[in-house]
Every structure is written in C-alpha cells, then in structure tokens.
Design a protein. Structure first.
Ligand SMILES: Nc1ncnc2c1ncn2[C@@H]1O[C@H](COP(=O)(O)OP(=O)(O)OP(=O)(O)O)[C@@H](O)[C@H]1O
Ligand SMILES: [Mg+2]
Length: 587
C-alpha cells in the first residue's frame, strides 16, 4: 500500500472540490454545534441591528430633519446609539465564543491526527518525512483554527448583511436595486472562475512549507555528520533550495490571494457609482426622495463593504481548506496490517513458522524470496549473513512491523495477523539494531510498554532486576534507575543504550526474543554477561540472535544464513563453520 502523502495528494490534484472538502469538515464541527449556533444567533442579531440603522436614518431625514422637528431627531439618534451599542456587545460575545471554538477544534484535531499516526504502520513512517508530518500537525491545523476563530463568523455575518442589504435595496426601489447589484454578480462569476487556481497555489505553498520543515529536520538530525564532513555548504544549499521553493510558492499564493482585493474594491466603487448617478436622475424626475437616496447609499455601502472583507475571508477560507486537505489525507489512511479473522493454518506447531514468505518494501523490489523455516520453543537461533541480506527485514516480519507480500508467518501455530496487537507484542520482545530511548529516566525507559511493574517502588523494581540477573547492567549507571536520559539518549553511549534496551526487553519476559545486532556495540566481557542472562531466561523462551561476531552465536542451536533474500538452514555452529569453509574452498 502506498502511504506517501505527497504522492497520494498529487494523484488526486484537481479532482476534489472545495465544497466536498468543506463537507468532510462538518463532522468535526459536530461537538461544537451548541456554541456555533449561539455564535450564529449573536451574529444574526448584531448584523440585524446594523442593518436597521440606514432605514432609520433615511426615515429621520425625510420626517424630522426636513421638517426641522429636532425632538424627533434626538429620539431617533438615541435609538440609533442603542442599536449600535447592542450590535457591538453581541459582536464581541460572538468573537469570544468563536475564539474558544477555534482553539478547541485545533486541540481535538491535533489529538486526532496524532492518534492516527500512532495507528499507522511502520511503512507509513518510511515513506513520509517527519518534518512534513510535523508541519501538517502544527501549521496546517492552525490554518483551520485561524479560519474558525477569526473568519467564519465574519464570513457568515458579511453574507447575512449583504443579503439583508440586498433585500432592502430591492424593496426600496427594484430597478435601482437591481442595477446596483449587477457589479456584484460579475464579481461572483470572477471568483468562481479563479477558485481552482487559488486552491492549487495555496496547496503548493503549504506543501513547500512541509518540504522546508522536512529539510530542517533532516539537517538537525544529522548535524554531527554535517560538521564532521564539513558539509555545511551542502545542507545550506539544500536548505536554500527548499527555502527558495517555499518563498516562490508563498509569493505565488500571496499574488493570487491578493488579486481579489482590488477587484472587489472596483466592483464596490462601481456599485456606489451606479446608485449615485441613477439615484440623482430619479430624484430629478421626482421619483425618489433625498432621505431615500441616503438610505439607499448606506445600504449599497452595507452591501459592498463586506465584499471587500469577503475578499480577505475568502482567502483565509482557501488557505484553511488547503490545510485541511493535507490533514485529511492522514486521517483517511488506515493501517494495511489488518487482523486476520481465522488464524488457523495446516502448518501448526513450533514457536514461529515462516511459510513461503515473499516481501517487498512499498516502493522497492522484492527483498525476501520465498522463505520457509520453523523455530522450536526454547531454542536459540542465529541469523547471520552479509550486510543488506535481509536479516533485519526477517526480524521485522517476525515482530509484524510489516506483513509478508505473500505467504504466512505463524506464531504459536496461528496466523500472526490474527493476534490482537497487545497479545502479540506481549509475546514478542524486539531489541532493534538502532535502540531508541525516550527523554526521561532509565527507569521510565526500562518500564516502557511494561504494565506489570509500573507501580513498583525503585527498591521493589531493583529486586525484580536482581532476580532477572540484570543488576550488573544497572550498576553501569551512576544514578541507577534515576539516571536521566536527555534529548532521546544523546548523553548515553550506543553500548549503554543497548544495555537499557536489553533490560527493557528481558524484563517483559517475552516468549520470543529477537536481538538484532543487540550487542554489536558492547565489549566482549559485558557481552559474555548478556549471554549468561539470556541463558537464564525461562526455558520455553525462544531466542533469535542476529549477529556478525561469531562468538555471539557459538551457543545457537541452529544457524540460518541469510543472503540476498534467501535463507539457508545451516545446522549447529560447527556444522555451519564446516559449510562455510567448504564454500570458501570451492570458490
Ligand atoms: N525501509 C526500507 N525501505 C526500502 N528498502 C529497505 C528498507 N529497509 C531495508 N531495505 C532493503 O532491504 C534489503 C535488506 O535489508 P535488511 O535491513 O533486512 O538487511 P540486513 O541483513 O539486516 O543488513 P545489516 O547486516 O546491514 O543490518 C536491503 O537491500 C535494503 O536496501
Ligand atoms: Mg540489519
């Protein structure tokens, strides 16, 4: 399955409409329904109050100002002040409410995206750069927040005021009203025609922001190599390239986004011009009054000034939709590691069986070609072979980090895909070739994914560690369990990391323990100690050891040669050595 988000998005480019993207957003708004409706109500009241203003002004002019009845003027001025104050209060209330809605949406959306990332398989992370994912979670979600907290209600309010003003314009004088609205109609056509272009430009801008973030992440991760090889110029050049792309895409997006403002202003001015010239003509032929013209001008203004605001809001909407599109690609993915309904298979028995396993990485050629083997309970197996031969890949399939392209992996006689994740991971311990530590303490790192000892005091945990024969390893750290692990293990040597990963795996007491070069960075004395600990594991524990050093695999019951994606069963250590010697002699 293809998990490359940028490729998936490129394949769909232009197929999805903004409307469809917005509809997909609606379920997300469900939990804010009450607040949204209240804000909408407040918005309508505020816009309604604003809309009543001009007609009252017109009425006051025609009935009181022209007749010099100042008492009436005063009363209506008071009413107008109350109206505008009411509008101010409701508008403030609505803004407050929507700020909260935006922040909560951002919070839930980030949680949802992060939760999704936890469900996705390893293949997803192989195909996407961390920096781009971070940009999606941080930057793109915030674009949605900005739209919801700052723009949505203004958007609805503007449309409401425009609709109201349109109704007033048409009802005061239908011909003059219709003429006033013509420029707006042209504007609508213009906006619709330009929308797809605006959308692609904004999507490109966000994509390049993701690319930039990916570039920064990669150079930060590899800064040691950059400094050691004095290749700062290389990464600077790459960063410059990504920054340049981002700059150009952002300028492009800014250009198309800003094209709306002058065009919207032009149509607004045209509208007012129509009102003024036609209105004066109508007054001159006695079909219109001055007060009505002032009301009319105010309504034309109410109709056209939100249009200018709409230009900015429309841009925010397009940016938010482009961000949402990038987020929704993550949310739409699901793991292809689906559970199998029926786990039974004729090849039952043993701790683990590979039956006709072929495997290719999502974007590569086949790496394992029809592997068959059977691991018995309580035995020790060694996987040896040249670099890139497929040892780690085989181990990953044993731990179900990937599923075979075809063939079966059977754990304890049942399809490994039929085990719920918690049961499978409880049975299998995997010490990765590149151990990963979390920032925290050694205690937290050892107890990672180990519910059993979470509540134990340090003393109780130390006695468990002693029983497992691991105390000599813990003593290597000055402050024992409380030794801090900083920046994901930066201050700890690779060998020490492997010791922590070893303790972590052994304390979980798995039935099947895989060690992928788990002792490659450890001195031979300590390695001997680890061997002894491994021998003390419960007798039914099956061990799979991947190693290059021969002394590590001397005690293995069975040795497998893994070479170019094929596995040859080579028997005991002595037998394997004999085979190897014979091969060397022949070649
Ligand atoms: N994430 C990946 N995506 C694509 N191809 C991969 C990936 N990981 C490994 N490969 C390819 O699969 C093949 C087997 O790699 P694997 O890591 O299993 O080798 P290995 O036997 O563990 O080597 P080493 O002794 O160096 O650890 C290699 O050709 C490698 O290029
Ligand atoms: Mg490997």
């Amino acid at each position: 399955m293809n998990y490359n988000l940028n490729q998936l998005q490129a394949a769909d480019a232009g197929k999805k409409t903004t409307g469809a993207a917005f509809r997909k957003l609606l379920p997300l708004l469900g939990r804010e329904r009450k607040n949204l409706l209240t804000a909408l109500g407040a918005n309508l009241v505020s816009s309604g109050l604003n809309l009543t203003g001009p007609i009252l002004v017109g009425y006051t002019i025609d009935h009181y100002v022209t007749r010099k009845q100042f008492h009436g003027v005063l009363v209506f001025s008071g009413i107008l002040v109350c109206l505008y104050l009411g509008s101010l209060v409701t508008s403030y209330f609505q803004t407050q409410l929507m700020g909260g809605v935006g922040q909560r949406m951002l919070f839930h959306l980030r949680n949802e995206v992060f939760g999704k990332l936890q469900e996705l398989p390893v293949a997803f992370f192989n195909q996407n750069k961390a920096g781009d994912l971070i940009s999606r979670i941080n930057n793109d979600t915030d674009k949605l927040n900005q739209f919801f907290s700052q723009s949505l209600m203004q958007f609805i309010g503007s449309i409401f005021i425009m609709a109201g003003a349109g109704v007033f314009l048409l009802s005061i004088n239908i011909r003059l009203g219709a003429a006033t609205l013509v420029p707006a109609l042209l504007l609508l056509v213009f906006t619709r025609a330009l929308s797809p272009w605006v959308k692609t430009r904004n999507a490109a801008s966000l994509r390049t922001t993701g690319g930039l973030s990916a570039e920064i992440q990669e150079s930060l991760n590899n800064f040691k190599a950059i400094v050691a090889f004095n290749r700062r110029d290389y990464f600077r050049k790459r960063f410059d390239g990504a920054n340049q792309d981002n700059y150009q895409a952002a300028v492009g997006a800014g250009l198309v986004n800003n094209i709306f403002l002058p065009v919207f202003s032009l149509s607004s001015n045209l509208g007012q011009l129509v009102v003024l010239s036609l209105g004066i003509y109508l007054i001159s032929v006695g079909q219109f009054s001055v007060g009505l013209l002032i009301s009319f001008l105010a309504y034309a203004n109410s109709f056209y000034s939100p249009i200018r605001q709409l230009a900015a809001l429309w841009t925010n909407f397009q940016v938010a939709m482009a961000g949402w599109d990038r987020i929704s690609y993550i949310l739409n993915l699901s793991s292809d590691l689906v559970p199998a309904e029926n786990g039974s298979h004729p090849d039952a028995g043993g701790a683990l069986i590979f039956s006709g396993v072929h495997f290719s990485y999502p974007d590569g050629k086949e790496v394992l070609h029809g592997i068959n083997f059977k691991l018995g309970k309580g035995k020790t197996y060694a996987l040896v072979g040249p670099t890139g031969g497929g040892k780690t890949t085989t181990a990953c399939l044993i731990a179900r980090l990937y599923d075979p392209t075809t063939g079966w992996v059977l754990l304890d006689g049942k399809d490994i895909r039929s085990y719920p994740d918690t049961r499978r991971t409880a049975r299998i311990g995997f010490i990765l070739q590149d151990p990963f530590l979390f920032t925290g303490t050694i205690r937290e790192n050892i107890l990672y994914s180990n519910e059993q000892y979470q509540g134990y005091s340090n003393e109780a945990l130390e006695s468990v560690i002693r029983e497992a024969g691991l105390q000599a390893l813990l003593q290597r750290f000055d402050r024992g369990l409380d030794t801090p692990v900083t920046s994901g293990g930066e201050g700890i040597s690779l060998g020490q990391k492997q010791l922590i990963a070893f303790m972590r795996a052994v304390l979980r007491r798995p039935e099947l323990l895989i060690l992928d070069e788990a002792t490659a960075n450890i001195d031979t004395m300590t390695e001997q100690l680890l061997q002894e600990i491994l021998e003390q594991l419960p007798p039914q524990t099956t061990r799979v050891v991947i190693a290059h050093r021969l002394n590590t695999i001397e005690n293995a019951d069975e040795i497998f040669f893994v070479n170019a994606g094929n596995i040859i069963q080579a028997g005991s250590f002595d037998h394997a050595m004999e085979l190897l010697m014979r091969q060397k002699m022949e070649s």
